[in-house]
Design a binder for this molecule. Structure first.
Ligand SMILES: Nc1ncnc2c1ncn2[C@@H]1O[C@H](COP(=O)(O)OP(=O)(O)OP(=O)(O)O)[C@@H](O)[C@H]1O
Length: 232
C-alpha cells in the first residue's frame, strides 16, 4: 500500500510561560494509520492534540494537513465531560448537532439517515430519545463518538475518550473504530494510558517521554516512534 500523508508535524514545539512542554517534534501520519499517543500524566498529549486541532498556536514549527487543509475532516472525541442533567437535547439531537452547524434545528432526510445509522452502529438506537443529561457516563461517551463519526471524518482523534468506559463498552467502541479504520481508511489518533488497548488496536505509537528517562517500548507493535520531551 502506498503511503499518503494526511498530517505532518514539523519541528513542532509548544512552550507555556517558562514551561516547554515539547520541542522539535517531527512526525508524519499517513492515511489509514492507527496511532496511539501514550505517555505519563502531564507529559503533553492533550497539548499536542490541541495543537493538531489548531486550538493552540505552536511556539515553533508547524502542523500541516495533506494534501490541503480542506481535504481533512477531523472528528474529535474529548475526555469525559460532565453534562448538566437539564441539558435539553436528546441523544439523537446531540449526535446530529454538528450537522446543523449549530444553526438550524432540523436535519435533511440524508442527515437524519446518517444519524440513524451511527446510532445503530454505536448501540445508542434504543436510548436515542432519552435526554443526554440523563444518560450514563459511558452512554455519553458513545454519543460523543457518534457525534464525531456522523460527519464522516477522515481523521479521528480519541482523547482518552474511552478511559471512563467499562472493558466491554471500550472494546465495542474501539472495534467499531477499527472497522472504520480498515474499511474506510479512517486515520486514528488514540490518546490513551491503556497500553494493552494501544497494543491491540494500533500499529504505531508515539510515546511522549520526560527528558532523561529511558526510552520505552510497547512490545507487539511493529513500528514505534519515541520522542523525548523536556522539563516534565
Ligand atoms: N494553558 C496552559 N497553560 C500553562 N500550562 C499548561 C496549559 N495547558 C497545559 N499546561 C501544562 O502543560 C503540561 C502538559 O499538559 P497536558 O494536558 O498536555 O498533559 P497530558 O499528557 O495530556 O496529561 P494527562 O495524561 O494527565 O491528561 C502540564 O504540565 C500542564 O500543566
Amino acid at each position: 500500500m502506498t503511503e499518503t500523508p494526511i498530517l505532518k508535524l514539523e519541528h513542532l514545539g509548544v512552550t507555556f510561560p517558562n514551561h516547554p512542554v515539547f520541542t522539535d517534534l517531527n512526525l508524519t501520519i499517513n492515511q489509514g494509520e492507527f496511532w496511539s499517543i501514550v505517555g505519563k500524566n502531564g507529559v503533553g498529549k492533550t497539548t499536542l492534540m490541541r495543537t493538531i486541532l489548531h486550538q493552540l498556536r505552536p511556539t515553533h514549527g508547524r502542523v500541516s494537513y495533506w494534501p490541503n487543509a480542506g481535504d481533512v475532516r477531523i472528528g474529535y472525541v474529548p475526555q469525559f465531560r460532565n453534562i448538566d442533567a437539564d441539558y435539553p437535547l436528546t441523544i439523537r439531537d446531540f449526535v446530529g448537532l454538528n450537522l446543523t452547524g449549530w444553526k438550524w434545528p432540523w436535519l435533511s432526510r440524508k442527515e437524519k439517515s446518517a444519524v440513524q445509522q451511527i446510532l445503530g452502529e454505536t448501540g445508542l438506537e434504543k436510548i436515542a430519545n432519552r435526554p443526554i443529561g440523563q444518560a450514563s457516563g459511558g452512554e455519553r461517551q458513545k454519543a460523543y463518538l457518534a457525534q464525531a463519526l456522523v460527519e464522516a471524518p477522515n481523521l479521528l482523534i480519541l482523547d482518552e475518550s474511552t478511559a471512563s468506559l467499562d472493558p466491554v463498552t471500550k472494546t465495542e467502541l474501539l472495534d467499531l473504530v477499527q472497522e472504520l479504520n480498515t474499511k474506510l481508511q479512517l486515520t486514528v489518533l488514540f490518546v490513551t494510558h491503556d497500553i494493552p488497548m494501544a497494543r491491540k488496536y494500533s500499529s504505531q505509537y508515539l510515546m511522549l517521554m520526560p527528558e532523561g528517562t529511558e526510552q520505552g517500548q510497547i512490545a507487539g507493535l511493529t513500528q514505534q516512534k519515541v520522542w523525548e520531551g523536556e522539563n516534565v
